[in-house]
Design a protein around this ligand. Structure first.
Ligand code: ATR
Length: 482
């Protein structure tokens, strides 16, 4: 008599077989995990197994109940469907099938307040909910993304090692760590994307300034970016910029960048970052300028209406092209440090507000590989937060203070030349203004306080003694203590 062996259980399951979900499932399988697969439309699940069955062991299911039954306990289910309603729909269907201690991971680009809500709801039911930011696009999902998991620390014990294994590694260190409770992971992923907006805008401005100032062709500028990629600016975004600028359009023979419509799209994570920053009162001016710059580019009727407005700008003549390129490089680096500094301030503020206790140095470390903003200088950020874990301002860290100081004269030359020559450089200019505002001995905020007191009796504080004061503006203008 032969005993029927039960099929071995899967160690992890993925719901959602679109590109990100199937690539993540394949990544797990390639690391030797038995992976359960489910998609609302069963044909897609079958397609993944047919096309990529060689990657490892897959346990496909056509029913969600069968999928859940094929998982070992505690079950680990990674949801990779569209953010918003579809994610809630999948969770609602999944939850009744799960048992105490099972772990539900949302690997989509969910808005962090949704993650906080879902985590609380699942905790009530004895389930663990992990909102995990996953960056790196399709390529990253398959070959090693940067993973930012939030949720309860206990679930990280059962889940973290698997996520770390499939994440990107830099110097043998995984680009994945437990970020903090409930929405912390998706919050950090959101800010990552906001920083990505700023980084891309700054690179765009650097390119545009050099193009106007030097009359250089995209292919020549590709060389400049390729050279920059050998130094402090070494990063994925600089690298792909060089490649994009070198690309010729097959149909017209022109530079590809010149035949692409100049209206930047967005999926909304930059907007979320700025909205959250406004709520927290954190000035993320670089990210905001970048987000608005995309909106300006897409303001078609306004751009059309502005076409003939006068610029009164000079003709840009650069005496020393190499010196100008070096100025732009320094301005780019300094502005980039500001954008990251602001993003890390936002993470610190949210961490304090929500009690997330986020280690900012660890965030810089897990962004070194797999994700879009991966860059050499993230090591310097990690070191800065290791030196001073409660560092109040990244640009005040000794290393960055020196780097920015080295570039500040160049930064001023570039921003003023941009203004004089009528070329928009909003992210360069506002980063410099932010830097100067922080450095300023006195800000015109004193005048604003007086104005507020004048029209609204909002009161003010004095520099020379404690207390709250109000001037009787519509009376005899004497000062009273509030
Ligand atoms: P992509 O843009 O790469 O296709 P996506 O749109 O973010 O990816 O995600 C699509 C995935 O979400 C698909 O797996 C889709 O399932 P179907 O193949 O059945 O369309 C899944 N999805 C979308 N809405 C869903 C819902 N309400 N319930 C379950 N799965 C859903």
């Amino acid at each position: 008599m032969t005993t029927q062996q039960p099929a071995p259980l899967a160690q992890i399951g993925v719901v959602g077989m679109a590109v990100m979900g199937s690539n993540l499932a394949r990544n797990f399988a390639r690391h030797g995990y038995r992976v359960a697969l489910y998609n609302r439309t069963a044909a897609k699940t079958d397609e993944v197994v047919a096309a990529h069955g060689d990657d490892g062991e897959f346990v496909p299911a056509h029913e969600l109940a069968a999928f859940v039954a094929s998982l070992e306990r505690p079950r680990r289910v990674v949801i990779m469907v569209k953010a918003g309603g579809p994610t809630d729909a999948v969770i609602d269907e999944l939850v009744p099938l799960l048992e105490d201690g099972d772990i539900v991971v949302d690997g989509g680009n969910s808005h962090f307040p949704d993650t906080i809500r879902r985590e609380a709801a699942l905790r009530e039911k004895g389930l663990h909910f992990v909102g995990a930011g996953i960056s790196g696009g399709e390529e990253g999902a398959l070959n090693g993304p940067s993973i930012m998991p939030g949720g309860p620390a206990e679930s990280y014990a059962a889940l973290g090692p698997m996520l770390e294994e499939i994440s990107a590694h830099v110097d043998g260190v995984p680009c994945c760590t437990h970020v903090g409770p409930d929405g912390a992971g998706h919050f950090v992923k959101m800010v990552h994307n906001g920083i990505e907006y700023a980084d891309m805008q700054l690179i765009g401005e650097a390119y545009d300034l050099m193009r106007h100032a030097l009359g250089a062709a995209p292919a020549e500028l590709a060389q400049v970016f390729a050279t920059w990629n050998q130094g402090d600016l070494d990063s994925f975004l600089i690298e792909i910029t060089a490649e994009v600028l070198a690309q010729t359009d097959a149909a017209t023979g022109k530079a590809l960048v010149d035949v692409i419509v100049d209206q930047a799209g967005q999926k909304g994570t930059g907007r979320w970052t700025v909205q959250a920053a406004l709520d927290l009162g954190v000035p993320v001016t670089g990210i905001a300028e970048a987000t608005f710059a995309r909106a300006v580019s897409s303001s078609v009727p306004q751009r059309e209406a502005a076409k003939d407005l006068p610029g009164h700008a000079g003709t840009w003549e650069v005496a020393d092209a190499d010196a100008f390129v070096e100025d732009v490089r320094k301005a780019l680096y300094a502005s980039k440090v500001v954008a990251y500094s602001q993003g890390f301030d936002q993470i610190a503020a949210a961490s304090a507000e929500h009690g997330w206790d986020i280690d900012r140095g660890a965030m810089a470390r897990i962004w070194r590989g797999g994700c879009i903003i991966r860059a050499k200088f993230l090591d310097r950020i990690t070191e800065a937060y290791e030196r001073t874990p409660d560092l109040p301002l990244l640009i005040a860290d000794a290393y960055f203070a020196e780097a920015v100081a080295d570039g500040v004269a160049a930064w001023r030359r570039v921003v003023s030349a941009a203004a004089l020559n009528g070329v928009p450089a909003p992210a360069f200019a506002s980063s410099l203004a932010y830097y100067d505002a922080l450095r300023a001995d006195r800000l015109p905020a004193a005048l604003i306080q007086a104005q507020r007191d004048f029209f609204g009796a909002h009161t003010y504080q004095r520099t020379d003694k404690p207390g709250t004061y109000h001037t009787l503006w519509s009376g005899d203008r004497s000062e009273t203590q509030a």
